[in-house]
Write a protein that binds this ligand. Structure first.
Ligand SMILES: *Cc1c(COP(=O)(O)O)cnc(C)c1O
Length: 401
C-alpha cells in the first residue's frame, strides 16, 4: 500500500549495518520499545535484563554501560542515575523508612548530609554523624534503628582515610547495610567489594561518574553497584523504577567513549597531584598537606593497608595554610591562580581550586578540627606538571606576607 511521504519518512526501513564490528557499541535511544504481539508484551519482565520493556528500564546502551561499570568495581549489578547525588539518594530511598536511622561520617560528601537534613528528616528518618577515624565512635552509635551506614575513603575535602575494613566489619556484625561513596577510589585504587582479597567489602558502592569515568567535566551521572545474589539490586531497582530516575542515552554514549581510558587518566592525575602535594608540603606557607598517600596525612597508614597493592590515589588533595595568612590572603592566592580554575567537581582535564571553611562543615561534637589556617582543595588536571607548579608558585608569591 502506498503511503503519504510523511508516513514513509517515519517508517524509513533503516536497519543497523550488518557485520559492522567496531570499537564502540551502537547507541540506542528509546522511550517506547515495540513488542511483536500482546503475548510478548505481557510476558516481558522489566526487572530482568533478558528483554526490553521501556526506555526508563534500560536500553542496549544503558545495559552495556552498567555491565562495564559493574566490571570496573568488581560488582555484579549496576543501576544508572542522573548524578552522583541521585545515586546517593537512590540508596537512601531504597533502604530507609520512617523510624530508621542512617549514620554518616562527619567528613561525608556535603550534599549527602544535606539530603539527610532535608528530605530524610521530613520523612521521619533520623541521622547522626560519626568520626570516620574512630571505629569506636561508629560502634557506639550503631543501634537497632540503624539501617544504613555510609562510608567514604578518603573523606570529602579533608581527605582523611579511614580504616574501612574495621568500619564495615562493625556494620556486618550487626547486619547493617554499608554504602560506600566510591568516587575517590573509582574502582581503581581498591576493590570495594573485596578488601585486599579478603572477600570482605561493602554492600553497595556509589560512584559519581561525573568525575573520573567522564573525565571531561561535561557529564553528570551516577551509578549504584552491588555484589550479592541480587537482593540488594532488586530493592534498588524497584525504587529506581518508582522514582523514574533514568539517564539520557547521549550522556551514556559520552561515558562509553571515555571509560576505556579511565585507568591511565586516573594514574596521570594521581602522579601529578602527588608531586604537587609534596612540593606544596615543602613550602613554608603550608602548615599541612591532606593527601592520604602522603606520609603525615591523616589515615596514611589506612591508605597504605588498603591501596598499597595498587599504589593509587585520586588526583585530589587539600592543604591547610599557615595560620599567619588571613582567609582574605588565601582568597587572593586562589584568585591569583591562572591555570587552576575556580570551580566545583574534579576528574576533568582542567585543574581546579576551591577554598573551604571547615568550621562550617564539621560537627564539633564528633571530632575537633585541629587546624587554625584556611583549607584549600586542589583537583589536579592533565596539564604539564611544571606549568602547574609555576602557577602555584606565582600565586603564593602574590598573596603577600
Ligand atoms: C561529585 C561527588 C558526588 C556527586 O556527584 P554529582 O554527579 O556532582 O551529583 C558524590 N560524592 C562525591 C565524593 C563527589 O565528589
Amino acid at each position: 500500500m502506498a503511503h503519504e511521504p510523511i508516513t514513509d519518512l517515519i517508517h524509513h526501513p533503516y536497519k543497523p549495518p550488518a557485520k559492522f564490528a567496531a570499537p564502540q557499541p551502537g547507541i540506542y535511544k528509546a522511550s517506547t520499545v515495540f513488542f511483536a504481539d500482546v503475548a510478548a508484551m505481557r510476558a516481558r519482565d522489566w526487572k530482568t535484563k533478558v528483554g526490553y520493556t521501556y526506555g526508563l528500564h534500560g536500553t542496549p546502551s544503558t545495559f552495556t554501560l552498567e555491565e562495564r561499570l559493574a566490571t570496573l568495581e568488581g560488582g555484579t549489578h549496576c543501576l544508572l542515575v542522573s548524578s552522583g547525588l541521585a545515586a546517593i539518594a537512590l540508596v537512601a530511598f531504597a533502604f530507609l523508612k520512617t523510624g530508621d536511622e542512617v549514620l554518616l561520617p562527619d567528613n561525608a560528601y556535603g550534599p549527602n548530609k544535606a539530603l539527610a537534613n532535608g528530605e530524610l528528616a521530613n520523612f521521619g528518618i533520623t541521622h547522626r554523624t560519626y568520626d570516620a577515624m574512630n571505629p569506636a565512635d561508629l560502634a557506639a552509635k550503631l543501634s537497632d534503628r540503624t539501617k544504613l551506614v555510609w562510608v567514604e575513603a578518603a573523606g570529602s575535602v579533608t581527605m582523611e582515610f579511614p580504616d574501612l575494613p574495621a568500619l564495615v566489619a562493625l556494620c556486618r556484625a550487626r547486619g547493617v547495610i554499608t554504602a560506600l561513596d566510591n568516587t575517590w577510589g573509582a574502582g581503581l585504587a581498591f576493590d570495594p567489594f573485596d578488601f585486599n582479597g579478603t572477600g570482605q567489602g561493602v554492600d553497595v558502592s556509589v560512584h559519581a561518574l561525573t568525575k573520573y569515568p567522564s573525565g571531561g567535566g561535561d557529564v553528570l551521572m551516577g551509578s549504584v553497584v552491588t555484589r550479592d545474589d541480587g537482593r540488594l539490586h532488586q530493592a534498588l531497582k524497584l525504587t529506581h523504577m518508582r522514582m523514574g530516575w533514568g539517564v539520557g542515552v547521549g550522556d551514556v554514549e559520552t561515558l562509553l567513549r571515555s571509560l576505556p581510558s579511565i585507568a591511565i587518566r586516573y594514574a596521570a592525575h594521581d602522579k601529578a597531584a602527588r608531586a604537587l602535594a609534596h612540593w606544596l608540603g615543602s613550602r613554608d606557607e603550608i602548615a599541612q598537606v591532606l593527601h592520604p598517600a602522603i606520609e603525615g596525612s591523616p589515615g596514611h597508614d589506612n591508605w597504605r593497608a588498603l591501596c598499597g597493592d595498587s599504589d593509587l590515589a585520586a588526583g585530589i588533595f587539600s592543604v591547610v595554610f599557615d595560620e599567619r595568612f588571613s582567609s582574605e590572603q588565601v582568597d587572593r592566592f586562589c584568585d591569583g591562580l591562572k591555570l587552576f580554575r575556580l570551580g566545583y567537581s574534579w576528574g576533568g582535564p582542567i585543574s581546579l581550586v576551591v577554598p573551604y571553611d571547615i568550621g562550617l562543615m564539621r560537627d564539633a561534637s564528633v571530632a575537633r578540627w585541629p587546624y587554625k589556617g584556611t583549607l584549600v582543595r586542589f583537583s589536579v588536571g592533565l596539564e604539564a606538571l611544571s606549568d602547574l607548579r609555576d602557577d602555584l608558585s606565582q600565586a603564593l608569591e602574590g598573596m603577600g606576607n
